[in-house]
Design a protein. Structure first.
Length: 46
C-alpha cells in the first residue's frame, strides 16, 4: 500500500505478487499436511 500511495507501481506490483505467492504456498502446505494426516490415521480432536 505504501508503494501504491507513492504511485510506485512497479514495486507495488512486486509486493502484491510476493503476497499472492506466499498465500498460495501456505495454502498448499496446509492441504498437503491435512491430506497426510488423513491418510496416516490421525485422530480428529474436538
Amino acid at each position: 500500500e505504501a508503494f501504491a500511495a507513492k504511485k510506485d507501481w512497479e514495486n507495488a506490483n512486486l509486493w502484491a505478487e510476493q503476497i499472492w505467492q506466499y498465500q498460495v504456498k501456505t495454502a498448499d502446505l496446509g492441504l498437503r499436511a491435512k491430506t497426510y494426516l488423513e491418510q496416516n490415521g490421525a485422530k480428529k480432536v474436538k
